[in-house]
Design a protein around this ligand. Structure first.
Ligand code: GUN
Length: 280
């Protein structure tokens, strides 16, 4: 049976390491401060934002919470982002997505200073990642690299297959695995014979948002399988894009849902906040 990659434990280790770094920075008179903006009250966003604030408190990062009403105008939000860009005491800015339909998300992301873009969503951050320059990296794929490295899974020279091409996970995941010298294939809904492409993978990252889509027939014996999905099964139970019970019998390593990739996203957000101070 596969090694179960414990994302909760690895995320806790990372947060403990960051807590020590933040304490040292404080001794040197350096505070770390993240501004978190939520517009409206999407229930999932409220949970995510709550978890981010909790993680900040644990690590010792100050969080400034802006809970704006649903009817906030685009200009009001852009003005707030600009004000936070200009504040030297604010190191990172996070605007929780999705935004209400009347606000242009791309415009808001482009307004965040790339120096404070701890989500790694700004086109400059994405561009830097693709040409191998230093910059903020989207938290979920950055967390997956940490999961692999801290579980002793070699990336260099390995066949890496990603299912899903989103801007937040699939594309930056490809860039990061390439940076680690993996051989990368990104698959999507137009890929013919997805199963046989997936079966080539030593490292298979699944981020398509379809409950239990990948079963054992997609997985090479001994492969590391990383499940980014957060879905509900036929009984309404939380599950991933991977059929855990069948895949764990063929994989060499596998992440569970919950408790795999999820906790890593917030740990890496905290890491980006700490880095925002280091790189000043
Ligand atoms: N909504 C869902 N995931 C994320 C995330 O990682 N960052 C932001 N800003 N919004 C999200």
């Amino acid at each position: 049976m596969a090694q179960i990659i414990d994302g909760k434990k690895i995320a806790a280790q990372i947060k403990d390491e960051l807590k020590e770094q933040v304490a040292k920075l404080k001794e040197q008179g350096q505070n770390v401060c993240l501004a978190v903006i939520q517009v409206g009250n999407n229930p999932a966003s409220t949970v995510y934002v709550g978890n981010k604030k909790k993680a900040c408190a644990y690590v010792g990062i100050e969080s400034l919470a802006y809970e704006l009403p649903e009817e906030t105008t685009e200009q009001e939000l852009l003005d707030l982002v600009q004000e936070l860009n200009d504040r030297p005491d604010v190191n990172g800015i996070l605007v929780q997505l999705p935004l209400p339909a009347h606000i242009d998300e791309d415009k808001v992301i482009r307004t965040i200073s790339p120096d404070k873009d701890v989500d790694g969503f700004h086109p400059e951050s994405v561009g830097r990642l693709s040409i191998g320059q230093k910059g903020y990296v989207s938290c979920t794929p950055a967390g997956i690299i940490q999961l692999l490295k801290r579980s002793g899974i070699e990336i260099d020279g390995k066949e890496c297959v990603i299912i899903g091409r989103s801007n937040i996970v699939g594309k930056p995941m490809g860039m990061l695995l390439l940076r680690e010298n993996g051989t990368v294939t990104i698959c999507h809904s137009h890929t013919p014979d997805l199963r046989s492409v997936a079966k080539r993978a030593d490292i298979l990252v699944v981020a398509i948002g379809k409950a239990k889509f990948v079963d054992a027939s997609y997985v090479k014996e001994g492969a590391a399988v990383i499940d980014v999905g957060m879905d509900r099964d036929e009984n309404g139970k939380l599950c991933g894009d991977v059929d855990f019970d069948s895949v764990k019998e063929v994989a060499g390593a596998i992440t569970p849902v919950p408790g795999g990739v999820g906790p890593m996203t917030i740990a890496m957000l905290m890491a980006n906040c700490v880095a925002s101070v280091m790189e000043d």
